[in-house]
Design a protein. Structure first.
Length: 393
């Protein structure tokens, strides 16, 4: 038994899917006259996020989009039709990595490695015997969500579509098995020209094992290696995404002029202002709290390292007047900006050695007579002697 699409238990409310499938859902719905903007507003996703390869949504949001279409079109087979429209190119570079693999077996192993990039919602595995190979889907969360049957139908249809992309239009499964809760899809899945067995223990696609080692028509070792490197990078980003707070703080700290507003930051992050507010609220914070943290950091930097006046700093940080900035700074640090700058300058001044003090005195002192000259040389010799090792006599 060879694992194929490994995936941890799916939390329906966790942002863990790319927008690849959502874009396909929107395309199909728009072809039926349903506005994509309406669907996005319904699931609280900004249109700008569709163009952001780093954007993520939850399974719940994706199923809400599917549900919106099914209810408005009254077409139970919609999930199957959407799954059919999903191709290797739908998933970007990972699709090309699979397409350029040497054999189906290699492609399935790669799919195991990059399962999160393929939006796999079930843990799937490959079982083989002398004649048959079977990709089966293990319930690990999606079954308990609403529209679970439609979700599974779309997953099976998408998997069959990907197999056809890899093997060609001549590929036919020998048997499709579906569990009882999704048995209503048996009629649509018969489209693939094979028996469909409802009320099975699990969802399963059975096909001739000979397909596994058959060379893929678009195999290319150079393209494949390049795609795999890119997929490794994407998978790291998927597993260890940058914290939204870090991204916002980096944008705010990087400003050279006026602090950007929440809509400005949302636009850079390819989010709507509403979505940004909601995500910050889910993190138990707000844009104002993040902004104040950044203002404090910038204010201390400006006071410590620049000659900007209090008024100039207040303007850069977006305060209506200097008095408001002074009150805020006092609240943050317990000091006025002037007190903070004075202490920072004093602390940052390096200690002056006697030799340096002598040089400063020499550059500023006017020697007018013999007594001044004698006193100058006496102080100079004493200062220099104090820095010599004590062992010298």
């Amino acid at each position: 038994m060879i694992p194929v699409f490994e995936n941890n238990e799916m939390n329906a409310t966790t942002a863990s899917l790319t927008l690849a499938e959502l874009r396909t859902i929107l395309n199909v719905l728009e072809s039926r006259g349903i506005s994509g903007a309406e669907v996005l507003a319904h699931i609280d996703v900004s249109p700008k996020e569709l163009c952001n390869p780093k954007a993520r949504i939850s399974l719940t949001q994706q199923l809400q989009a599917l549900d919106y279409g099914i209810r408005n079109l009254s077409e139970p087979s919609l999930a199957f039709e959407i799954g059919q429209q999903m191709h290797l190119t739908t998933f970007g570079i990972v699709g090309f990595a699979l397409l350029s693999s040497t054999t189906l077996s290699n492609a399935l192993e790669l799919a195991s490695r990059y399962g999160p990039l393929l939006n796999c919602k079930w843990t799937s595995a490959l079982a083989t015997d002398r004649t048959n190979a079977s990709i089966y889907f293990i319930d690990n969360g999606p079954r308990s969500t609403f529209r679970a049957a439609e979700c599974l139908t779309m997953e099976i249809a998408a998997t069959l579509s990907l197999l056809r992309d890899l093997l060609g239009a001549n590929f036919r499964p020998r048997l499709i098995r579906i569990p009882a809760y999704a048995s209503s899809a048996s009629g649509t899945l018969s489209f693939y020209g094979c028996p469909v067995e409802p009320n099975s223990v699990r969802a399963e696609i059975v096909f001739d094992a000979g397909w596994l080692q058959r060379p893929l028509p678009q195999a290319d070792s150079v393209t494949h290696a390049s795609c795999v490197r890119a997929c490794d990078h994407l998978l790291d980003e998927f597993r260890y995404p940058r914290n939204l707070l870090d991204e916002i703080k980096e944008l705010l700290l990087g400003t050279d002029h006026e602090i950007p507003s929440l809509p400005d930051v949302a636009s850079v992050l390819c989010l709507s202002p509403r979505t940004l507010r909601r995500r910050l609220r889910d993190m138990n914070t707000s844009y104002l709290q993040v902004l104040n943290d950044v203002r404090k950091t910038l204010a201390t930097q400006y006071l410590s390292t620049t000659a900007k006046t209090t008024e100039e700093i207040a303007e850069v940080l977006g305060y209506s007047d200097a008095a408001n900035f002074r009150h805020a700074f006092k609240r943050w640090t317990g000091q006025s900006p002037r007190q903070f700058r004075t202490e920072s300058v004093a602390i940052s001044l390096p200690p002056i050695s006697p030799r340096q003090r002598t040089r400063q005195a020499a550059s500023s002192r006017v020697i007018n007579d013999d007594s001044h000259l004698a006193r100058f040389w006496t102080e100079s010799v004493s200062a220099i002697a104090s820095e010599l090792p004590h062992t010298l006599t």
